[in-house]
Ligand binder design. Sequence first.
Ligand code: ADP
Ligand code: MG
Length: 748
Amino acid sequence: MGAIGEEELMKWENMQGLARGHEEKILVLVRLRPLSEKESARNEVADWECINETTILYRNSLQERSGLPTAYTFDGVFGGDCSTKHVYEEGTKEIALSVVSGINSTIFAYGQTSSGKTYTMNGITEYTVADIYDYIQRHEERAFVLKFSAIEIYNEVVRDLLGRDDTQLRLLDDPEKGTIVEKLAEETLRDWSHLRELLSICEAQRQIGETSLNETSSRSHQILRLTIESSAREFLGKDKSTTLSASVNFVDLAGSERASQALSVGQRLKEGCHINRSLLTLGTVIRKLSKGRHGHVNYRDSKLTRILQPSLGGNARTAIICTLSPARSHVEQSRNTLLFATCAKEVTTNAQVNIVMSDKALVKHLQKEVARLETELRTPGPACDYAALLRKKDLQIEKLEKELRELTKQRDLAQSRVEDLLRGVRNDHSSGQWDELSHNAKFQEKNTWEDESSVSEASCGTDRHCLDVAVKKKKFNDATQSSNKNNRRLSEDEGDHSLFGGTSSSLSDSRNFGRSDRCRGKEEFVLETGESSDDICKEVRCIEHEERAFVLKFSAIEIYNEVVRDLLGRDDTQLRLLDDPEKGTIVEKLAEETLRDWSHLRELLSICEAQRQIGETSLNETSSRSHQILRLTIESSAREFLGKDKSTTLSASVNFVDLAGSERASQALSVGQRLKEGCHINRSLLTLGTNFVDLAGSERASQALSVGQRLKEGCHINRSLLTLGTVIRKLRLTRYSFLYSLKLQLAA
Ligand code: ADP
Ligand code: MG
């Protein structure tokens, strides 16, 4: 075992690099032998002719019109006058001698019996071995070791041609070497004459069959293998030692003719059958490989293809010499051989330099390989401009976002159109069902107080307050829904700030009642939501319909420390809540004043204002710790049907809810009674918040009030309010759901 130096290692690595991706087609040569003496004696005609170095022609004028091809082109064609030396030099030499460079190679001879396979292979083997020895002589710097082995496959039985007995050899699968022949003798060659000696032993051992075609033709396959290992003498025995190791196979196949054609009988026929299996499998493998490496290749179907698998599309350079008899009588077989040759020239192999390295050399080689791959990764080629790729993707995203915005706009537009249409349909529906109302079709059309969330002039002063339009009469649910739906058009974003911050745009204090004067006399008013008023204001009509009789009722309560009081009541009696099967939750014994006129209502409002509990905190002296709900109920009927059987009345209430301050008890620096009040206010606000949270489908505000733990209360309040605010902000709780939940909370 020798070694190669640094320089040499690089040289072999380069070779390996080249060979790694180096695929090449199998070299296919055709050799036409002269007419044999027997053929000449039978006056056989030679129909084949090599017209140049690559093309062989069929010259029979009788068969020219058969539709079969007459000219075949290969890597090289050799006529009867060509010597084996010439075939070797011009054809197989380069491939055969690859073995000295560490590349496996195989030379096949394929053809019918007596076409010249053995004649050719014997010559090729001899010339190759001669050249190998010549090469060794010229490369004294390297130490060579040559080993020889030979097998015969006969009836699918593998025999050692150098063995002393006829023992049948088994094939084994070696994880590194692939298929190997168990217990096969491998002779290390002393010199050229030693090899010749061994070759003659093989020839003697080879099973020679007799057929009517050729007395000396063989029905067995013969594989001679010469393995060459070489190392640089300089590094011999040192750590850096690497060895090149490769084999060249000389394969003399059995006759390719069919058993029937060979007129075989008895034992001959059985042999023919077995020969066929190896040859048939070889044909199948070549055919399959010639169509590309797709799917399973049945190398394991015969001993021959198993042993020669690397030479068939694997790690080897391969040449096939197809031998032909020129005789007209063998034309069919000759065509079959050329068909095989045509397939074979499409098969690709991938030969590599086989380097056997010492452990240290292997580590060094792998380190270099890692470094090379790292460099490759760090310097991406122009094809991998990731920055440009990212920019392209960004542009695509931008474009898609733009499209999305456009589509959203279109969708919203379509949605609002649908809503308008539905509203129209509902109005028609209502008027169709109610005789009395059909009379007032014009009113239905014009008056949008249910539809458009409008209120009468009497409520004009209550801008900045939420509406709850509850139409009590059956069949008017639609109108209520419509009302709620329209509320949805109010801001989604006013969120926690406007609702809980106690700013002027929120459900804020009753002292602003005075502002009602601002709107008096106007036919329109604005429902402000804290956003651009142009977007959300709705033009509404006040009730100015003399054809209808209106009754307005007013009531007012205060919730303070979870105690409900009547703001119009004469005393401070605590009112109870009752559950009415029809009306839902009602306040027991609550005074409800029927309004005479606008000034009457103003009078009542000032009473309420005076009555309301005002708390004092350090934050705001006049801030309120109580909730106030003012309710205006409006009933209307058509005068025409008044007192008659068909009489129906529209009845709805509008609530104006002024909630207590939402600040934390701790922040308000409350002490004593204030703190207790804070606690109760918290309960109402917390419940309101919880209600929202539940509606929004978010986490439950289970952090309920802990009784008797003041500080903790503050903590809970804060958390609830924060949760409420966050949920509203995050889920963009619509005004619609706010009003709906408020209605549930307050009307329930
Ligand atoms: P195969 O091995 O294909 O059965 P052989 O190699 O045994 O055929 O050849 C059959 C006969 O033809 C042999 O006598 C051989 O000497 C002769 N022969 C084959 N090829 C040539 C050739 N190119 N030139 C002269 N004689 C040849
Ligand atoms: Mg032969």
